[in-house]
Ligand binder design. Structure first.
Ligand code: NAD
Ligand code: TYD
Length: 350
């Protein structure tokens, strides 16, 4: 892997992965970050990387739904490996308007696979980033294993399931050298404030209502984003070709407990102006349609085969994340005001 194409590298998890590759891992090739910069893509997430790694980091603004642009990038940078993060990722948006999810997550993945198929002799790996949501919902007990049948509930998870199937099919049919990882809920710095944890942190800082869907008893397994980046790189380096690996945080929490923890941590760091506890801001709102009750990952395979295990506990990871949002008010304000979009327009047009 000398010329690695990372798609969606200006998003939350893709930017963490690129930062990890360049600053902490043993990867010493070039990273080509291809991102079309949707509302979730923000080049500021990788501030300083192009100056610090001017001969190893390259950004190309392009859409994975544009096969010609993909071909140009594969040729120009002699791409020999791919790590595919680019996607539409927010479940609530997929419920309101599924079409972008079908386009990017299914057609976009198909286009990338075709670009790889047309130069199979040059490609050593296609790694596909996916989610635990492809399996649907668990009850109170049990875990998803790599053999659990797919049963997605939302347009988002159905589109990710379709993309996983395409990637597997290209492996079986065309012998594309692939690996797939399915991971639970990530949290950490630079996450767009529409997902549960950053939304609750920012609303709680500002004293705004904290909208908890339904009863708040739905359960998610949480993983710190750096742990995800480490796991993906381990799989890319040592994972079995054609193999699928689960990644998890081993930290299941009910949504209401996550929100209360955020309130209490923030109260201990920064007392609200009216000194009322932030838990008073919690507001139960209408439930999400088709809301999966529980996700939990069995990632024994990754632990046993590749020796990976999550390093961050939820308590320490959440504390770091809250500190990050408190200390990056400029980023927060530019994202919340939409100013980051003006910057993108000025620098990249459209
Ligand atoms: P994100 O929404 O923060 O970022 C997505 C990135 O993809 C953005 O930079 C966006 O501009 C880019 N993108 C979107 N459409 C594109 C297109 N057509 N062409 C090129 N780029 C495009 O997402 P994230 O939370 O960082 O998730 C990254 C990946 O991880 C996704 O594949 C997601 O399904 C998967 N995943 C996410 C989680 C999670 O908790 N966030 C958990 C498991 C798996
Ligand atoms: P989210 O961060 O959207 O991730 P996902 O749906 O991919 O798991 O949501 C995490 C959980 O939090 C999910 O059960 C829905 C719930 N939730 C709320 O209760 N309120 C909110 O405002 C949001 C965004 C999510």
């Amino acid at each position: 892997m000398e010329n690695l194409l990372v798609t969606g590298g200006c998003g939350f998890m893709g930017s963490d992965f690129i930062r990890y590759l360049l600053t902490e891992s043993d990867f010493n090739g070039r990273v080509i970050n291809l991102d079309t910069l949707t509302y979730a893509g923000n080049p500021e997430n990788l501030n300083g990387m192009d100056e610090r790694f001017s001969d190893r980091y390259f950004f190309v603004k392009a859409d994975i739904c544009d096969p010609k642009a993909l071909d140009r990038v594969f040729e120009e940078f002699s791409i020999d490996s791919v790590c595919h993060f680019a996607a539409e990722t927010h479940v609530d948006r997929s419920i309101m308007g599924p079409s972008a999810f079908i386009r990017t997550n299914i057609e976009g993945t198909f286009n990338l696979l075709e670009s790889v198929r047309s130069r199979l002799d040059k490609i050593s790996l296609f790694h596909h980033i996916s989610t635990d949501e492809v399996y649907g919902s668990l009850g109170e007990k049990g875990y998803f294993t790599e053999d659990t049948p797919y049963n997605p509930s939302s347009p988002y998870s159905a589109s990710k399931a379709a993309s996983d199937h395409l990637v597997s099919a290209y492996n079986r049919t065309y012998h594309l050298p692939i690996t797939i990882s399915n991971c639970s809920n990530n949290y950490g710095p630079y996450q767009f404030p529409e997902k549960l944890i950053p939304l609750m942190i920012l609303n709680a800082i500002e004293g705004k209502p904290l909208p908890v869907y339904g009863t708040g008893k739905n359960i998610r397994d949480w993983i710190y984003v750096k742990d995800h980046s480490r796991a993906v790189w381990a799989i890319m380096k040592k994972g079995e070709k054609g193999g699928k690996y689960h990644i998890g945080g081993k930290y299941e929490m009910r949504n209401i407990d996550v929100v209360e923890m955020i309130c209490d941590l923030l109260d201990s760091i920064k007392v609200k102006k009216d000194s009322a506890p932030r838990r008073n801001l919690i507001t139960f709102v209408e439930d999400r349609k088709g809301h999966d009750f529980r996700y939990a990952m069995d990632f024994t395979k990754l632990e046993n085969e590749l020796g990976w295990t999550p390093a961050e506990s939820f308590e320490t990871g959440l504390k770091k994340t809250i500190d990050w949002y408190l200390n990056h008010n400029d980023w927060v304000q530019r994202v919340k005001s939409g100013e980051y979009r003006n910057w993108i327009k000025t620098h990249y047009g459209g």
